[in-house]
Ligand binder design. Structure first.
Ligand SMILES: Nc1ncnc2c1ncn2[C@@H]1O[C@H](COP(=O)(O)OP(=O)(O)OP(=O)(O)O)[C@@H](O)[C@H]1O
Ligand SMILES: [Mg+2]
Length: 250
């Protein structure tokens, strides 16, 4: 039975939930944690695509509808990351995400990260009810942060613990909100800040999470820091990181 079930959520779509779920999940795996990442975005699933998984025998929807054993929908990516992807098949739209809550305790892992659908709707509330903790992902823009605020309030009302708000795609340009401004809006300190990093898009193209593809790229380092914080640790860069990275050794 999982000790921790963390929903990776956002009030607005396209902010980086899937990228964050995979990279935080992989970093946790690299730290030796027993982790599984699930794609709970069953209507617009794409977690598998980020890993180059197009055809697989069973997805989360099969577990939700056909009552198949959850282990049959569990796959190990070559990076070592364990995932339960959602099927891309249109017929899988019949699955009811409300049943996620019933099957979540059967996942063979200590720590489960749930890549959620976007928004604040019935589907998202159903996913939220399966989680014990919520991590909200936002971008540094007013509409996205406003929706992150709303989502955090919904999580509070649903009595879910807010692990924290993560700002993704931060590039510190004058047209973005600053971190103190975002903190004022969400009324909490920001849990982590992941920069805009071209290696993220390159890693998606290569179908390998950036934490494995470019382990010392700016985004990968921040994902590792967030993963360490989740388990109460501090991520430290390797000794002589700056010199080694200048020499192209890492
Ligand atoms: N830190 C980053 N740096 C650069 N690009 C990024 C970063 N994070 C995400 N992206 C880009 O944003 C896109 C959307 O990310 P992702 O699919 O993780 O968002 P999402 O919140 O899961 O979207 P949806 O709501 O549709 O599920 C990625 O395909 C990638 O191109
Ligand atoms: Mg997604």
């Amino acid at each position: 039975m999982p000790q921790r079930i963390i929903g990776i959520m956002s009030g607005k779509g396209g902010v980086g939930k899937t990228v964050s779920s995979l990279n935080i999940g992989l970093a946790l795996h690299q730290f030796g944690e027993d982790v599984v990442v699930i794609d709970a975005d069953i209507t617009a699933s794409n977690l598998g695509l980020h890993l180059g998984m197009y055809n697989f025998p069973h997805g989360l929807q099969d577990v939700l509808t056909k009552d198949i054993d959850i282990e049959k929908a569990l796959y190990i990516h070559h990076t070592g990351l364990r995932v339960i992807p959602a099927s891309l098949d249109l017929s899988s739209l019949k699955a009811d995400i409300k049943n996620l809550r019933k099957i979540i305790s059967e996942i063979p892992a200590d720590l489960v990260l749930i890549d959620s659908p976007p928004g604040i709707n019935e589907e998202v509330i159903a996913v939220m009810s399966a989680c014990r903790e919520i991590m909200v992902i936002t971008n540094p823009e007013i509409p996205t942060v406003t929706n992150a605020m709303k989502l955090s309030r919904v999580a509070e009302k649903q009595k879910r613990h807010l692990t924290g708000v993560v700002v993704n795609r931060y590039s510190n340009n004058p047209y973005e909100l600053t971190i103190p401004e975002i903190e004022m809006m969400v009324e909490s300190t920001i849990y982590g800040v992941v920069p805009e990093d071209p290696y993220v898009r390159e890693s998606i193209y290569q179908k390998i999470p950036v934490v494995a593809y470019k382990p010392f790229s700016p985004a990968a380092i921040e994902f590792k820091k967030i993963a360490a914080k989740i388990i109460g640790k501090t991520y430290k860069l390797p000794r002589f990181y700056k010199i080694k990275s200048l020499l192209g050794l890492i």
